[in-house]
Ligand binder design. Structure first.
Ligand code: NAD
Length: 511
């Protein structure tokens, strides 16, 4: 796989504000050769980094945490400039999430990565344990919608586990990555242990092809399939965190005020460009009309604007022209097939890629907007007549990242949550577990493979190696070794009958 030939490719990424069209920065684009060189440097640096103890690496990552805290304003500013993110979201979604992730894993990594004994059933005279070793060089390929939190959450975990990292941020948001990488290095992460390569998809592909040991990819389903195919051809293990179509099921007993506020934020935070955004609002018919009326009036009150100019902005722009056109297409298709626009429904003329916060009523499964990821400030509303119908709608999707259930009845909420096939289901809340690094973040169905975050996510960054050793050193041979005799065949048969039949098998069927 080679990147675009050097004579036809642009030399730089020009980053333009999605809110006002101004040039906010420029970064050089990497070539296949420079990507390979970065991976080679990361490979050379890994043994020394991996040889440090987990506690020593955790110490460095706590210094990174302090650097991030000290540079909060610059991070928030970058997220507003290249991503259009409101400043509250820059602070909470991009800074706080990282501080929390670094804190959790720095405190817990020694426990999580400690060798794990395996109690043995059959081989009682031996002992087994798993120990966790770094994989080597980890490639991280990140999207634009959380340019700090997503790529660097994975990078922090990979580094803690003793790997070195080469990170490819989105072509739309490289400035955040360049800044954060500088902060990591200033805090004490050696230069070659964390590198950033920039460019379009071909640079991501070149990174996978450059001899890395593990890939963590976050992005769209369609690119995820390409990444999985490349990893498959090379037998590189990978984690894929892909798209979502989160349903919010509002039951007839849902607490109105909390539900309204939660769904409003869940639908329009980051202008709806969150993999966990409320992408389908499924409301019980008994409360549908009154709930929707209140919801629409709150959506109309959202303030849309340029976060680089004001902190009084709830909803920023879409990230680019392509995203704006996807939203327009999905809304047009829904209207053509019978949906009603309760508010919004148009792009906002002027500079930037703004779209009015929109609510669509009467949405049915026949409409694209009920099936395809919108990734915009549009909430399609569907009416259902029962709990069972709501669960059917939730599970209809080919995606299975997040889902939400709203009910005042705790037992009912948990019962419904357990019937929904998604990586995470929250009851009476939205999105927030993205900030709880100790919980798993994982997509089912076409939303992904593997898990980010959680103890399991940190162990994913390691090779889990099994050691089995003798606990009784003086045995000269095992029953199943050569030579085979009629006599020990009989003994083995009796042993099987004892273990799995009327002897121990009857007394201890499961141990
Ligand atoms: P995208 O798939 O277009 O791009 C993601 C990254 O992959 C970018 O860095 C891009 O340059 C790179 N890339 C593109 N083609 C490639 C190739 N052939 N090989 C290797 N890398 C390649 O996604 P996007 O538009 O940046 O992000 C939005 C998508 O990400 C949405 O679908 C969203 O749901 C998803 N997402 C998922 C999660 C999650 O945790 N599950 C989180 C955030 C975003």
């Amino acid at each position: 796989m080679s990147a675009v030939p050097s004579d036809t490719r642009p030399a730089t990424l020009r980053i333009v504000s999605p809110a006002n069209g101004e040039l906010v920065g420029e970064v050089p684009i990497d070539t296949t050769e420079s990507v390979r060189a970065a991976v080679a440097r990361a490979r050379s640096a890994q043994p020394a980094w991996g040889a440090r103890s987990v506690a020593e690496r955790a110490e460095v990552l706590l210094a990174v945490r302090q650097k991030i805290l000290a540079n909060t304003d610059a991070i928030v500013q970058n997220a507003a400039a290249e991503n259009g993110k409101p400043r509250h979201e820059g602070l909470l979604h991009e800074v706080m999430t990282q501080l929390e992730l670094l804190s959790y894993f720095a405190a817990e990594a020694e426990r999580i990565l400690a060798p794990q004994p395996i109690p043995l059933r059959l081989l009682k005279h031996r002992t087994s344990y798993i120990h966790y070793q770094p994989r080597g060089v980890v490639a991280i390929i990140a999207p634009w919608n959380f340019p700090n939190h997503l790529g660097f959450g994975g990078a922090a975990m990979a580094l803690l586990a003793g790997n070195t990292v080469v990170l490819k941020p989105s072509e739309f948001t490289p400035l955040s990555a360049v800044l954060l990488r500088r902060l990591y290095v200033e805090a004490g992460v050696p230069e070659d242990c964390l590198q950033v390569v920039n460019g379009y998809g071909d640079v991501g592909a070149a990174l996978i092809d450059a001899g890395v040991d593990f890939v963590e990819f976050t992005g769209s389903v369609s690119t995820g399939k390409k990444v999985a195919a490349m990893c498959g051809e090379r037998l590189i293990p990978c984690v894929l965190e892909l798209g979502g179509k989160a349903p919010a099921l509002v039951m007839e007993d849902a607490d109105n005020e909390r539900t309204l506020n939660a769904v409003l934020w869940g639908g329009y935070a980051n202008a709806g460009q969150v993999c966990a955004s409320v992408e389908r609002l499924v409301v019980h018919e008994k409360v549908h009309d009154s709930f929707v009326a209140k919801f629409v009036s709150r959506v109309k009150a959202l303030r849309v604007g340029d976060a680089t100019k004001s902190a009084e902005v709830d909803v920023g722009p879409l990230v680019n022209q392509r995203q704006l056109e996807i939203v327009e297409r999905l809304v047009a298709d829904a209207v053509e097939k019978g949906a009603t626009v309760a508010c919004g429904g148009r792009r906002i003329e002027g500079p930037g890629y703004f779209y009015e916060p929109t609510v669509l009523l009467g949405v049915t499964p026949a409409m694209d907007i009920a099936n395809k990821e919108t990734f915009g400030p549009v909430v399609p509303v569907m009416k259902v007549g029962s709990e069972a119908e709501a669960i059917l709608e939730a599970n209809r999707s080919h995606l299975g990242l997040l889902a939400y259930v709203f009910t005042r009845n705790g037992a009912r909420g948990r019962r419904m949550a357990q019937q929904i096939r998604c990586g995470t289901v929250m009851v009476n809340d939205v999105i927030a577990t993205a900030a709880a690094a100790e919980t798993p973040w994982a997509g089912l169905k076409q939303s992904g493979i593997g898990v980010a975050h959680s103890d399991e996510g940190l162990r994913h960054m390691c090779e889990a190696r099994h050691v089995n050793h003798d606990a009784v050193p003086w045995l000269s041979r095992e029953l199943w070794w050569f030579p085979y005799h009629e006599a020990n065949l009989g003994l083995l048969k009796r042993l099987l009958a004892f273990l799995y039949g009327s002897g121990l098998g009857r007394l201890f069927p499961r141990s």
